[in-house]
Design a protein around this ligand. Structure first.
Ligand SMILES: [Zn+2]
Ligand SMILES: [Zn+2]
Length: 193
C-alpha cells in the first residue's frame, strides 16, 4: 500500500490519499454527461481524459486526508438531488464526489489530481457510459455492476470497523460546506449535447 498526494491546480488545497491499493478501491472511468457537465461548469476540462471521461478512484472517505487549504473546499450539485461534487474553490479544480449524506461510505476521487505512481490504484475495472464519450472509436462500457458491488462491500466493512471518518460531513451528518446547486440554465449550459 502506498500514499498518494493530491492537490488542486493552484496547489493551495492539498493532502494525502492514504493506503492506496487495488484492494482499497476501484478505478473506473465515467463518460456520463453529468460528469462532463460537472467539469465544464468549473471550466475544468483538464480533469477529463481525451474523450471527456472522468478517471475516478472509488474508495472510502476516511482515506482522504486534506492537509492544506481546507477552507477552500467547496461543493456543487448539478441538481437539488445530484451527487455532491466537491472542488477547490481557490482555482475551481474538481476533486471528489460523494452522495448527499455520509450514510454510504463512499468517495470518488478524480485521479488527475493525484501525484506519484498511479499504478498503485490498480487497473480500470469499469467503464460507464462509453457511448457519451466525444466522437471517435467506440468505447465499450463494462464492469458497472461489479464496481457497484465493490462500493457496497467497502461500505459494509467500513461499518464493521466503525470507520466513520470523513472530511466532507460533520458529526451530525451535514456537509461541511453548503453545496451550491446549479440553476437549470447553468446546468444546461455546462451539459454537452
Ligand atoms: Zn459520470
Ligand atoms: Zn486551488
Amino acid at each position: 500500500m502506498s500514499d498518494l498526494r493530491f492537490s488542486c491546480k493552484c496547489g493551495t488545497l492539498s493532502g494525502v490519499l492514504h493506503d492506496v491499493s487495488p484492494k482499497a478501491g476501484s478505478r473506473v472511468v465515467c463518460y456520463c454527461k453529468d460528469c462532463q457537465a460537472g467539469a465544464d461548469a468549473l471550466n475544468a476540462g483538464y480533469v477529463l481524459n481525451d474523450r471527456a471521461g472522468s478517471d475516478i478512484f472509488q474508495t472510502v472517505p476516511s482515506l482522504v486526508d486534506i492537509q492544506t487549504g481546507k477552507e477552500h473546499l467547496a461543493c456543487m450539485r448539478l441538481s437539488p438531488k445530484g451527487l455532491m461534487r466537491w472542488y477547490a474553490g481557490c482555482c475551481d479544480t474538481p476533486l471528489f464526489n460523494t452522495l448527499s449524506s455520509p450514510g454510504l461510505s463512499f468517495v470518488g476521487i478524480a485521479t488527475s489530481n493525484l501525484h506519484g505512481n498511479k499504478d498503485a490504484l490498480g487497473p480500470v475495472i469499469a467503464v460507464n457510459k462509453g457511448e457519451c464519450a466525444t466522437p471517435g472509436d467506440p468505447i465499450k462500457s463494462y464492469g458497472f455492476l461489479s464496481a457497484g458491488w465493490q462500493i457496497m462491500k467497502r461500505n459494509l466493512s467500513a461499518k464493521l470497523r466503525r470507520d466513520k471518518a470523513t472530511p466532507f460531513f460533520d458529526a451530525s451528518g451535514h456537509p461541511v460546506v453548503t453545496p451550491r446547486v446549479l440553476t437549470l440554465e447553468e446546468r444546461k449550459a455546462a451539459t454537452p449535447d
